[in-house]
Design a protein around this ligand. Sequence first.
Ligand code: SF4
Ligand code: SF4
Length: 402
Amino acid sequence: MAYELLDKHHRLIWNCQSCSTCQRGPQNVFGPTGPTPPRICPSYDVYRRLTYSAQGRLLAAKAIMNGELELSEDFTESLFECTLCGACGPERMTRAGCCMLREQPRIFRDFRAELAKAGVGPTEPYKKIAKSIEDTGNRFGFAPDKSKRTKWAEGMDVSDKADLVYFVGCVASYRRKEIAQSTVKILEKSGTPFAIIGDDEKCCGNPLVSSGLYDEFETIAKQNVEAINNTGAKKVMVSCACCYDVLARRYPEVVGDLGFEVVHSSVVFADLLEAGKIKPEKSVSGKLTYQDPCHLTRLEVNEGTHVEEPRKIINSIPDVQFTEMEGNGMYTWCCGRNPVETPGLAKNSADRRIEDAEAAGADTIVTSCSFCDWSISKALRDNKGSMKSTDISVLLADSLDL
Ligand code: SF4
Ligand code: SF4
C-alpha cells in the first residue's frame, strides 16, 4: 500500500541509523553535569520507551511502508505524544551526528496526517480543539458572540489598516492578554503605526497542521491570509513562536506567495531599541533567565536566528541581572507546548525547564512565545513554587513604565 505523505520522506526515513542518541544522547547539552539526567527528547523523558522517541517513530514508519505493520490506532498515542520540538535533530544535541537533516518534525506531521487519513487520528484532545476552531475560530471554543476575540483591546485605540499588522494569536487574545496589551503599548510608545485584524482574525491553525488535518489547515490559512491582506499589511508581526512557524513557514506551503513578510515581535522591539525609539528606564527586580522557543531558534532555521534580539532587549533594562540556562539558542529545551492536548508531557517538560532555571539561580523565566509563557506559567501555578514566568513584551513594557 502506498503512503503518499510518508513516501515523500522515503530516503530520509531509511537514513535513520537507529543509533538511539536522540533518546537521551551520550553527552548532550543537559548532561552529565546538568541539573537532571541527560535528556534530549521531551517525549522519551516521560515515557522511557523506544516508541516514544524519534528512533521508534521512524522505525514504525519504516515497518508500515515495508508492509510489515498496518497503519492503526496502535501508533496514534505515541505519535501525538511528541511536541514536534525538533530536539532530536541538531548534530550537537545528538553528538553522534544525526543524519535526518533535522526533518523529524516534518516527517512526524506527515505521519500524523496518514493516521488522520486512515481514520485513526488525531487523538481526542486534538480532535476537540479542531472542532473548537471549526465552530468558533479559536482553539479554546469561546463563542464569538459571547467572548469577542478583541476583548483584550477594549479601551485601546487600535486601527484596522496599516503597513504593520499585529497578528495576536489565540493564547494572547484569550489566556495571556497582557502580552497583547503590552505589545500594543510598546508600539504606541515608539510612535509606530500599526493595525490589528480584529474579530476576523482566527486561530493560526497550528493545532490543525500539527495534528495532520491538512485540509482544515488550508481552509483556515486562506481565511487568515485574506483577512490580513484586507488590512493592507506589508509586514505581519506575531508574538507567539507557534504563530511564527505557521505564518512564516506553513502558510506559503499551502497559499503560495502571501504578499506580506512575517516577523516576530522580539525583532521589531530590538529594532525600535536600536533606533532609539524606546528606552527602558525602570529596572526590574529579580534574576532573569531566558527560554528560547524551539519554533523560533531551532526549527528550519540556521543557528543564531531570534537568539540575539530577546537578549538585547533584556540587557537594555537598567541594572538587569541575567543568567543563561543550560541549553539555549538552537539547543533549547521545549516548554512542553500543549498543556491541553498532552498535559502530562507538557507538565514534565515545563518542570524540567523550571529546574534548569532554578539551577541557573534565576527567579524569573522570560520567553518570547505566548505558548511557552502559558505552558510554563501553568506548571508554576500547579507547583506553587516561587519561580515566575513572563513574556518579553510584558517585561519590556514594565521597564518602559507603560
Ligand atoms: S539520532 Fe537520528 S539517526 Fe540516530 S536514531 Fe535518532 S533519528 Fe535515527
Ligand atoms: S520532535 Fe521533540 S518530542 Fe518529538 S521525537 Fe523529536 S525530540 Fe522528541
